[in-house]
Structure formats: C-alpha cells, structure tokens
Design a binder for this molecule. Structure first.
Ligand code: ADP
Ligand code: MG
Length: 626
C-alpha cells in the first residue's frame, strides 16, 4: 500500500521535532494525554444531548501501558475516536493556523529559542516523534463500524489501513527510541518516570489516568522474600485545588499543596487565592513563602508562576507573570482563554499574559497592603525577609513602579524599635518639621550614635535609619512623599537652625577663616572644606557630604564592580563650635594644629563608618600627645 506524504508544512515541523536538540522532550506525554482528554470531553458533551450515547462518566478514563521488552508506551482513551478521514486530516496536517504561521517564520533556522516556544505551547501530536521512531494510532470513531490504523515512522509519510477494534476510542502506541549519545529514552519505559511526568503535567486532567504499577511486597508465604504485586493505580489527582471555592478549602490543604508543589518545608506566610473575570478570566493561587527560597540569592534562581490552561500545565515558570520585585512569590495561574490563543499571543508579544500579570501584580499589592493594615507583626516578618526586594522595586527602571510600592516599604527609625511606613512618619511629623530626615549606616546602632543624629532628635524630629544599600537610592527615586522631601542628616547643608543662629554661626566661621583654611590645607584634597557647626550637641566633630552624592551612596558605589565609575562624595569636616576643642584649635601652634586636625579628621571618619587610610600615623599622633 502506498505511503501518503505529510502536507508540506507538517513535514517541516515534523522534521524539526525529530531532529531538534530540544531539551524538554517530556512534554509529549502532556500533549497525548491532553488529546485523549479532549476526545473524552467531546464524547461526554455529546452524550449530554444525545441519549443514545452511553457515556457513563465512571467508565471514561485514560490508560497508560508500558511494555519494556517491546519498548512501547501506549496511551488509550475511550473517547470520541477518529474515522479514516479524520486520521488523515488531523494527523496528516497541522490543523492549527497558529502553528502554521509560526512555522513559516521559523522553519528555516532551527534555533533553540524557536524550538522552546514550540515546546512550551505545544504542537500536539507531533511531539511524540521526539521520543518515538514509530507511532501507531488505532482508532474507532463513535458510531462507526470500522476501525483504522495510522502508522508513521517520521517524515517519509504515513499509512492508514482498516483494522480491528471493538469499542470507540483511540490507542496510540509509541515505539520508544533507543537511548544513545547521552539521550535517555529508557526513562519513558519506567513506570515511576511516567508516573512523575503525569503528576507534573497532567495532574488536574478531570478523567482518571490509570496505569498498572508493579511493586515488590513481602511474600506472605516465605519470610524474608518478596513477590511482585501488580495493581492499577490512578496517577492524577483530578480536582485542581484552585478551582474549588475558597470556603471549601482548609488552611492545611493550602499549606500541604504549597509544600508539596513548591518544595518548601515551611508553611507559606500568605496565601492569595482568587478568581478574576473580565478582560482576562483566570484562577490564581499565589503563595508568599515565609522564608526566602534556598537558591533565592543565587543567580540560578528563576522567578515565575506556573501557567495552566484548563488544568493542563503549559509552562512551569512563566516569568512574565511576576514583576521582579515579587520574584519571591510562588504559585500558579489557570486560564481557560489561553489554550487556543496562547501560541498566537506569544507571537504577538502575549497581550493576554500581560493583562493577567497586571491583575496579579495588583492583587499581590492589595493583599500585602491588607496584611500591613491588619496584621502588623506578620507584615514585619514578611518585610524582614523580602522588604529589600520592594525597595529595589521602587528604584528599578527609573522609578517606574515606585507609586505602587511606596506605601509597602518601611524603615526602622529613631522613634522606636518598630518599623515605620512613610505614611506613618509624615502623619506624626512635628508641625515645625518640613522634611523627612534620614541617616545611613551599617546598622541601627551605628546610625543612632552618629553625632548628627543627636541634634536632629533634640529638635524632636524622627530620623529614619537606612541600613540597606538600596535605601537611599530608592528614596532618591521617590524624591518626595506626600509633598515632603527627604533630607540626609549627614549632608552638610542640613538646615535646622533659626535665622539668628545661622547668623551667629556664619560670623564665627568668618572670624575663624584663617584657622579653618589652614586646617583645610593640612588635609589637602581629602576634604572640600573645614567648617564650624552648631548642630553637633555634645560631639566634637563629624564628617558630612556636600552635594548629591552622600557618604553612604559613595560607599555603595565604590563596592560595585566598576567602582561606581569613580564617583566620590565631597567631604566636609565639621567642628562643633561650642566644644572645648574649638578653643584648643585656635590656640595651637602650626605643628600641633596639624596633629589635631589629622586626629579629628580620622575620628570623624571612623564615626561615620568610613575607613581611615593610615591607622599607624593616627595612633602614633595620639601616643605623642599623651
Ligand atoms: P490540537 O490538539 O491542538 O488540535 P494535536 O496535534 O494535538 O493538535 O491533535 C490534532 C488533532 O488530532 C486534534 O485536534 C484531534 O482532532 C485529533 N486527535 C488527536 N488525538 C486524538 C485522540 N486521542 N482522540 C481523538 N482525536 C484525536
Ligand atoms: Mg493536542
């Protein structure tokens, strides 16, 4: 009997499938099971309106058989089946215009990315040729008297011949390739391998997927010996948790589901289960872990949510569904709109996914805001773990997302040990205060002890403590909150004084100009200026930064791979005009002044958390004076 040729387009795709270096061959099983499920659906829906069709729901199932010796894997359904004509038209051509359009663009260059796309969104039946060198499809259409067998060994064509089959449905037999060149095909003949693939990709197919599993059990007759017991097992759990209504689900169920599916030992901190209808209709089940995932800070970490179409896993980590600042979230999205559209959407830059991801972003934000409002303690725990991500989110992409995140970030402050939000800070600001004050440092304790902090606190102003590298960058990006700008108390232009105080200070600086210039010359390029100040309370000296770049930013930048492109802060050494040391300086001779100046500068740097260049010189000077 003559071999028939595949339609030209199909042939190209088939060729690509067979010869691809495609990494995820596993998905063939998902495709074949989905087809079996579709065929069963068709039969079932038909039976609803046609009483002559006997579709007892209890008998509808998908069966998998493994024959290791014959190297075959068989997938059978008792669905609607196909006639000879349907076998030809459905399996001899690619029905989907979407796939066709895609293929025209890509068939020429077999580049891995293109193949990934195909794999993710399915070319259905043809994927069986990734693992099989021969495929047989035995099918009997519902209501037909005859069955047919479709056979193909790949690109050179296929045959369709009359065959025997008692009941309606389809049996697909894959002749699994031999393992070679590091490609392991034997895994598709292993019952546990198949079991776990079914669990992974097809757990929520609504018909039972059954397989005969053999297990070693103790022999009841001979102690110490084992016998093989064979039993039919259902591999899939069938009802997706996320499709159940929320009030039917116990917290333990969510927790177990999360731990099993996302490989965590701990219960999630927050569960967000929602059903969305509108421009996009989908169910989503999202978890915020209570601890950072193990590999979260490694570069191997991949963000993303699982994407399901009608209960069938399409993609394990769909990165487009999560913004970077929520990269820690785990979970899944299931949409019925997707299955038919998705490959087209992917070609057209996935509009549907964009709508879904926007809705998810909004949902996570509103749930976090709710948590912040209703369970402060839990939110603080969340923030301890993932707060930095949100602050990076404020800073990222030129502040594109800052408005959605600014009310979710918090800082420690001079007020108490608790976190404070920007909203709370501005609401409890003193009437006379017009700026949001902050200071940067390596720890809350170190900042609290900064000389500048004392003066600001004396005024009754709260100071935010920035201990993360990203804090000040995020705040620069915000530039203001509720009309209030931010002020670094370690900047030299910090302005807390009255006009009279300012005048007095500027007079003092004028009177001591010679002395201050001398000190500046002693320190050379290290500092931009030496000044007298009245903002230090009981402390003798401090270092401040002049201009846009603060001390902390300069520190962070200098640790970056490119050294922050040599960006440095302009330093100002400030001397407390009220401190006895000021008088001592005025009375010192040149030699003493040089020593004092260097010691004071080194002290100020140490207090600010900066490194000093020459510790030996410093200690020598101090010992000298002693
Ligand atoms: P898709 O499922 O996206 O239509 P496939 O390549 O997976 O594309 O399948 C092509 C067609 O073959 C299906 O649309 C269906 O009509 C038919 N088909 C495949 N498998 C079966 C089956 N087990 N029973 C009945 N029809 C099937
Ligand atoms: Mg299909």
């Amino acid at each position: 009997m003559a071999k028939k040729q595949f339609k030209a387009e199909s042939k190209k795709l088939l060729d690509m499938m067979i010869n691809s270096i495609y990494t995820n061959k596993d998905i063939f099983i998902r495709e074949l099971i989905s087809n079996a499920s579709d065929a069963t659906d068709k039969l079932y829906f038909k039976s609803l309106t046609d009483s002559t069709i006997n579709a007892d729901k209890d008998n509808l199932k998908i069966k998998i058989d493994i024959d290791k010796d014959a190297r075959t894997l068989t997938i059978s359904d008792n669905g609607i089946g196909m006639t000879a004509k349907e076998l030809e038209s459905n399996l001899g051509t690619i029905a989907k215009s979407d796939s066709m359009a895609f293929k025209k663009d890509n068939a020429e260059d077999k580049n891995l990315d293109d193949i990934e796309v195909i794999g993710q969104f399915g070319v259905g039946f043809y994927s069986s040729f990734m693992v099989a060198d021969k495929v047989e499809v035995l099918s009997k259409a519902l209501g037909s008297d005859e069955a047919n067998l479709w056979v193909s060994e790949g690109v050179d064509g296929y045959t369709v011949t009359p065959a025997e089959k008692e009941t309606n449905g389809t049996v697909i037999t894959l002749h699994i390739k031999e393992s070679k060149d590091g490609e392991d095909y034997d895994q598709y003949l292993d019952q546990y391998g198949i079991q776990s693939l079914v669990k992974k990709y097809s757990d929520y197919i609504r018909y039972p997927i059954v397989m005969e599993m053999s297990h070693q059990v103790p022999d009841p007759e001979k102690e110490g010996e084992y016998i093989t017991e064979v039993s039919e097992e259902t591999l899939n759990s069938m009802v997706p948790l996320w499709r159940k209504s929320k009030n039917e689900i116990k917290p333990e169920e969510y927790n177990e589901f999360y731990k099993q599916k996302f490989y965590d030992y701990n219960d999630p901190l927050l569960v967000i289960h929602s059903k969305t209808e509108g421009t996009a209709t989908f169910n989503s089940l999202i978890f915020i872990p209570s601890q950072a995932p193990m590999d979260f800070y490694s570069k191997d970490y991949e963000k993303g949510l699982q994407l399901y179409s009608n209960g069938v896993l399409i993609m394990d980590k769909c990165a487009d569904l999560l913004p970077d600042y929520f990269s820690f979230a785990k979970g899944l999205v299931d949409s019925a709109d997707l299955s038919l559209n998705i490959s087209r959407e992917v070609l057209q830059k996935d509009r549907q996914l964009k709508i879904i991801s926007k809705a998810i972003d909004k949902k996570i934000k509103s749930e976090l805001a709710k948590l912040l409002k209703n369970d402060r303690e839990k939110y603080a725990k969340f923030f301890d773990t993932f707060g930095v991500q949100l602050k990076w989110g404020v800073y990222a992409d030129y502040g594109m997302y800052k408005d959605g995140l600014k009310d979710l970030i918090m800082f420690k402050s001079s007020q108490s040990n608790e976190y404070v939000t920007l909203k709370e800070y501005t609401e409890r600001m003193a009437d006379s205060q017009d700026k949001i004050y902050y200071a940067c440092g390596s720890s809350v304790d170190q900042i609290a002890m900064l000389p500048q902090c004392e003066a600001v606190k004396t005024k009754g102003y709260e100071v935010l403590y920035f201990t993360d590298d990203v804090d000040e960058f995020a705040i620069q990006m915000l530039s203001e909150y509720d009309g209030k700008t931010f002020a670094n108390i370690c900047k030299d232009d910090l302005d807390l004084s009255t006009d009279a105080e300012k005048e007095a200070l500027s007079k003092k600086n004028e009177e001591n100009k010679d002395l201050l210039d001398k000190m500046k010359n002693i320190l050379g390029d290290e500092v931009k200026a030496v000044k007298l100040t009245d903002k230090l309370g009981s402390h003798p000296v401090c270092i401040s930064a002049d201009g846009y770049v603060s001390l902390e930013m300069a520190k962070v930048l200098s640790q970056m791979p490119n050294g922050g492109n040599g960006i440095k802060a302009d330093l100002v050494l400030e001397i407390n005009s009220e401190h006895p040391i000021a008088k001592k300086l005025a009375e010192a001779d040149d030699e003493m002044l040089a020593k004092y100046t260097k010691i004071l500068y080194a002290q100020a740097k140490l207090i600010a958390g900066l490194d000093i260049d020459n510790p030996t010189e410093l200690t020598d000077s101090i010992v000298d004076l002693m």
